[in-house]
Design a protein around this ligand. Structure first.
Ligand SMILES: NC(=O)c1ccc[n+]([C@@H]2O[C@H](COP(=O)([O-])OP(=O)(O)OC[C@H]3O[C@@H](n4cnc5c(N)ncnc54)[C@H](O)[C@@H]3O)[C@@H](O)[C@H]2O)c1
Length: 335
């Protein structure tokens, strides 16, 4: 019997890369998405890779998610569905707590009722906030600087209690800043413009729309925030490894950073993109985002030690994959 995984947020940027990989590995996949930020098109494209069912529903409605477990025999869940704009969360905090925290609560309850115990949860480096030391390991204190990070930290804590009291087994992944696309340019970040730096720098270099700096001035050598960039395909592979890890009888719940371990400032990333395209961009200054902090990059050695995961795509390959994706889909997905 093929294994069946439920992927919440399967129509989104990172979730769709996981859908593709799990299908390629012979899994049956049920994607659950309300299409508030995701798209129908990637799921249509990915159908050719295997048995994929797309369920339209909202995690904020208990009935929607309960139904999925009633109608499908699910082995494990990869929970990507969330709202994830730091800036938006500073403007609409309640939306973030409802969507990300209450939505996750409804999912965990539906899993508990159905007796599904294994879950891989997409958390974020934003759950750390301003750093006390670098690189950040998983034991670093958590002081989120915005409601988005807080909603993820609270969900991590809720999940810990579902582990202790309802025997859930979980892998919590704290992703750093995500970039890149599928190497064939088939699926990618469909948002236009994206809220993510490397994506927007590539769009700027390709002349799709002008590039604007939207970062606050912070205390770093060039005054722009330092972040750690990790490719969406590498993240998808980590989820596949985590599924295998959770399936082992003697494994226990764990938290892992997923990053490259190197810090790039915003200005360095823009220069790198210009270098890869062999031209300078006309850069503008946009409105500064709220809720940002100076620098963070990961110590991801625990993921290598336990899951044997390490990044395979470097920044040049991520930029190349984005170039291929935007060449095929300059306006993102159609629907
Ligand atoms: N993109 C990043 O740089 C980054 C970094 C760290 C962590 N993450 C986390 O990774 C996950 C995926 O992020 P992404 O960049 O692919 O975002 P995305 O917006 O592309 O995908 C999220 C998907 O979840 C769906 N969704 C949101 N709320 C929902 C709800 N209530 N019910 C059903 N579906 C819902 C959206 O429609 C969308 O398809 C998120 O949990 C995010 O917090 C992302």
């Amino acid at each position: 019997m093929p294994k069946k995984i439920l992927i919440t947020g399967g129509a989104g940027y990172i979730g769709s890369h996981a859908v593709k990989l799990f299908l390629e590995k012979g899994f049956e996949v049920a994607s659950f998405d309300n299409f508030s930020r995701g798209f129908r098109e990637p799921l249509k494209i990915l159908k050719k890779y295997g048995k994929l069912k797309s369920v339209e529903g909202d995690l904020r409605n208990k009935k929607d998610i309960r139904k999925v477990f009633k109608e499908n025999k699910i082995d494990a869940v990869a929970h990507f569905a969330a709202l994830c704009s730091v800036n938006e969360s500073m403007e609409r905090p309640g939306l973030y707590f409802e969507n990300n925290f209450v939505g996750s609560f409804n999912l965990f309850e539906a899993m508990r009722e159905a007796g599904v115990k294994n879950i891989i949860f997409s958390s974020t480096c934003a759950a750390y906030g301003e750093t006390e030391y670098l690189p950040v390991d998983e034991k670093h204190p958590q002081n989120p600087a915005n409601p988005y990070g807080e909603s993820k930290m609270l969900t991590e804590r809720m999940l810990r209690w579902y582990g202790e009291l309802h025997d859930f087994k979980c892998v919590i992944f704290r992703y750093f800043n995500v970039c890149g696309a599928d190497m064939n340019g088939e699926i990618g970040d469909g948002k236009k413009p994206s809220s993510l730096l490397v994506q927007n720098a590539v769009r700027g270099a390709m002349g799709i729309e002008p590039f604007s700096y939207t970062c606050q001035k912070v205390d770093t050598p060039d005054g722009s925030p330092i972040r750690d960039y990790i490719d969406a395909e590498d993240l998808a592979r980590a989820h596949y490894l985590a599924y295998g890890y959770l399936s082992k009888k003697n494994s226990q719940s764990e938290i892992f950073n997923l990053g490259n371990g190197a810090g790039w400032s915003v200005k360095e990333i823009v220069s790198k993109v210009e270098q890869e395209f062999g031209k300078k961009m006309n850069k503008k200054s946009g409105e500064a985002r709220k809720g940002e902090y100076a620098k963070i990059y990961a110590d991801a050695s625990k993921a290598f030690k336990i899951l044997k995961w390490k990044p395979e795509k470097n920044i040049e390959e991520s930029i190349l994959s984005l170039r291929k994706w935007y060449e095929k889909h300059p306006r993102g997905y159609d629907n």
